[in-house]
Design a protein around this ligand. Structure first.
Ligand code: FMN
Length: 237
């Protein structure tokens, strides 16, 4: 699966089928986490893979109001060895990088899960001390997030997201709207005009292969028109 497709299709799943997850898929998800970026390449994350029903139940009890958590056949606890990050980066390491490193790791894992046809949910709301006891974390380990993994038994709609032009500023933060691009979609489209021209040509070639000789001439004509209009746009820039 293409990375943008995984990013777009991933949803938080809170209802799972009672079907075990293949071990090779769990392995791929862990591998995706292992390969995430981390400050100074410290890789201060550690993972606990939980599949046993009684341990999953204990974990669910650490997550207030989230009884569904133990319905996931696999739960991955991601914790950081905060002392390690603190040693290299002081308070900033402990307070910021330890969290960011595990977040990068979790993001890799949930996208890998999507690409493998699995559902997942990132859980940040849990009682740290209870969780520490439930899975026997070491004193120097701070749980950062849980990931539930399994085959989805629901298909949630994409929740609303802000438009890019409400989130993005160029060069400096433009309080009151300064520095904002009115129509960022349009700007990105124009920037990518060459990429689109290549894509359009590829589509045309495959269309031509599929059609009769008579049809081909009109397809080629249409393609020429399309390319000319793209060229005009490019020249305007
Ligand atoms: C830091 C963080 C903490 C989260 N904690 C929880 C949680 O405790 N329980 C839960 O059901 N979802 C949790 N989520 C999932 C979000 O609710 C979800 O990502 C958001 O509603 C957007 O939906 P989507 O993931 O389907 O795009 C968390 C997500 C993040 C990034």
């Amino acid at each position: 699966m293409d990375i943008m497709q995984a990013i777009t299709e991933r949803r938080s799943i809170r209802k799972y089928l009672d079907v075990p997850v293949e071990w090779d898929k769990v392995g791929d998800i862990l591998e995706a986490g292992r390969l995430a970026p981390s400050s100074g390449n410290l890789q201060d994350w550690r993972f606990i893979v939980v599949t046993k029903q009684d341990v999953r139940k204990k974990i669910a009890e650490c997550c207030p109001g989230q009884n569904w958590v133990d319905t996931a056949p696999v739960i991955i606890v991601i914790f950081s060895l905060t002392e390690k990050v603190k040693k290299f980066y002081g308070m900033r390491g402990e307070r910021l990088y330890a969290i960011q490193n595990c977040a990068a790791c979790a993001t890799h894992m949930i996208l890998a899960a999507t690409s493998l046809g699995l559902g997942s949910c990132w859980i940040g709301a849990f009682d740290e001390n209870m969780l520490q006891r439930a899975v026997g974390l070491p004193d120097n380990g701070r749980p950062q997030m849980l990931l539930t993994i399994g085959y989805a038994d629901e298909k949630p709609q994409m929740p609303n997201r802000y438009q890019l032009d409400n989130l993005t500023f160029f060069e400096t933060y433009g309080g009151g709207g300064a520095g904002r691009i009115k129509d960022i979609g349009r700007v990105l489209w124009d920037q990518n005009v060459v990429g689109r021209a290549i894509q359009s040509t590829k589509e045309t070639v495959s269309d031509v292969e599929r059609h009769t000789k008579k049809d081909r001439e009109s397809i080629v004509e249409k393609a020429k028109e399309k390319l000319n209009s793209l060229k005009k746009k490019l020249n305007k820039k």
